[in-house]
Design a binder for this molecule. Structure first.
Ligand code: ADP
Ligand code: MG
Length: 255
């Protein structure tokens, strides 16, 4: 795995019409850190992740990975939006895993994983396949290379989706509620893979409702409420002594 990237989010705001979804968010995710983002539905968690991946444009502020602006280049004091092709190249540094696994149904597991490295990174097919098989072994699915997504359980599909994301060798990995669509008995196998990634040096940002997991794996927990970061700190402190009443209220309901 390449060394994790440092993500800096600086005074980012974004509105949908009159609805201010991100409101002056400033956060730094150090290289190799593991951050869990918590907060109730509608607080802006997904929008923040999507902005880091430049799937959303922000209205104010900026986001950079290792000092490189996401989606823009700077000339003097002016920002210019990058061309689609350059956006795609930079986006490959940031992997994203969604709640719905989004595998291609008509491709095998192996083909799902090799498609992007061949297309985006220009990897020779043989090499992409070797990498894909290594990654499948790593997520515990070494025997599923030729299966189609519909032949796999939700937990297995999500592990394929993680392997597919890793195949682009991202410096930053974003997980948006990766276990929320899974039956309870399948949650553990996906969390185990993420737990292993947390030790690999890649920078992880995970939106989750799995409080126990956040507490165990994250080095920082961030609470969002109505588009703002209301609290951030080490899990031991936040879970034991939340400073903000809305954090306390959220934890009281969730735990
Ligand atoms: P969370 O992930 O914390 O549940 P989201 O970032 O998905 O929150 O959404 C934050 C707010 O932005 C919600 O009020 C949601 O309805 C709104 N929103 C999200 N995406 C869009 C969109 N594409 N168009 C309009 N409103 C949106
Ligand atoms: Mg969301």
């Amino acid at each position: 795995m390449p060394k994790g990237g440092e993500v800096s989010v600086e005074q980012v705001s974004k509105s949908y019409g009159a609805n201010k979804v991100l409101d002056g968010v400033t956060l730094t995710f150090p290289s190799g850190s593991v951050t869990a983002i918590l907060g109730q539905s509608g607080s802006g968690k997904s929008t923040l992740l999507r902005s880091v991946n430049h799937l959303e444009r922000v209205d104010e502020g900026f986001i950079a990975i290792d000092g490189e602006l996401i989606g823009y280049r700077r000339e003097g004091d002016t920002l210019y939006e990058l061309k689609e092709k350059d956006i795609l190249t930079r986006r490959a540094d940031v992997g994203m895993v969604f709640q719905s696994f989004n595998l291609f149904p008509h491709l095998t597991v192996l083909e799902n994983i090799t498609a992007a490295p061949v297309a985006v990174r220009g990897l020779p097919k043989r090499e992409a396949e070797r990498l894909a098989r290594d990654l499948l072994a790593r997520v515990g699915l070494g025997d599923k290379a030729d299966a189609y997504p519909r032949q796999l359980s939700g937990g297995q599909q999500q592990r394929v989706a993680i392997a597919r994301t890793l195949a682009l060798k991202p410096k930053v990995l974003l997980f948006d509620e990766p276990t929320s669509a899974l039956d309870p008995e399948l949650v553990g196998e996906v969390l185990a893979v993420i737990r292993e990634l947390a030790r690999s040096g890649v920078t992880l940002i995970i939106v989750t409702h799995e409080m126990g997991f956040a507490r165990e794996v994250a080095d920082t927990v961030v609470f969002m409420d109505r588009g703002r970061v209301i609290e951030a700190g080490p899990p031991a402190q936040i879970f034991a002594n939340p400073r903000h009443p809305r954090t306390a209220e959220f934890l009281g309901r969730a735990l």
